[in-house]
Design a protein around this ligand. Sequence first.
Ligand SMILES: [Zn+2]
Ligand SMILES: [Zn+2]
Length: 253
Amino acid sequence: MEKIYMIPVNDAYNSADECPFCFLKNKAENDYLEYYLGPSLMEPDTRKITNKTGFCPEHMGKLNKSVTNRLGLGLVMHTHLKDFHDDISKDIIAAAPSKAGLLKGRSSDYKSKLNDIADRIDKRVAMCPICEKLNDTMRHYSEVTAWMFIHNDEFRKKFSETKYHCLPHTSVLLRQAAKLSQNEAADFVSALASSSDLAFNELIGDVEYFTLKFDYRNSDKPWGNSKNAIQRSMRFLSSDRRDFDEQLGKKQS
Ligand SMILES: [Zn+2]
Ligand SMILES: [Zn+2]
C-alpha cells in the first residue's frame, strides 16, 4: 500500500470538521492549481498537454481567480485557442448544410454531422488535466482509506466515528468497497452507511427547523444548529465548498 497517501488520509480524518474527503480534495486541488500556475506552465511537456486540453470550466474559474502568473495563463490560453481553432473551425464551417433546391435533393446527413461536431466540442470543453490528476489522487486516497480501515484498528475507529462523508465521496468510497472481499466490504460499508444515515437525518432536521424559524410564532426561538443548515446541506449533496460558504449566504440575506 502506498505510504505517501496514508499520512494525508490520517490527517484528514483527524482534522476535518466535515467530510474528510472534501478536505483531501480541496488540498490536492489547490496543489494542482498552484502547479499549473507555476513554472510547469512553461515546460514543453506540460504545454503539449494543456495546448490540447485547456482546463474545464470549473478549473478555469479557479485559475482565473488566482492573481499569480497572468502571463503564463495568457500563453496557455493563446496556444490552446489556436489548437482548438485548428481542430474544429473548418469543420463547423463545412457543417453548414447547403439549401435543398430542385437539383440538390433533401438530405438528413447534415443532422448527424452537426451532432458529431457538437459532441467533439463538448468533449474538448470538459477535458482538464487538473480533473484528471485529482480523480487519480482521490482514487489512491480511497484505496488507502479502505486498506487502513481493514488493517488498522485505530483508523477503523476514527473512520466509524466520522460525522459524515458528503454524498459524492460516499459514492467514491462505495465504489472502493465494491473492490473489497465480501467480509471486508461488510464492515466498511456498515460504518459508512451509519454515518451517512446520521448525516441525512441531522440535515433534514436542521433544514426543517430553519424553515420553521420563518413562522412568526417561532421567531423568538434560538437558531440552534440550523443557521447554516442550507450551506451544510449543499456541501453534503455536492462536495464543493466554494460557493456554499456561510459568508456568501449572509451577504445575500
Ligand atoms: Zn466530500
Ligand atoms: Zn477540471
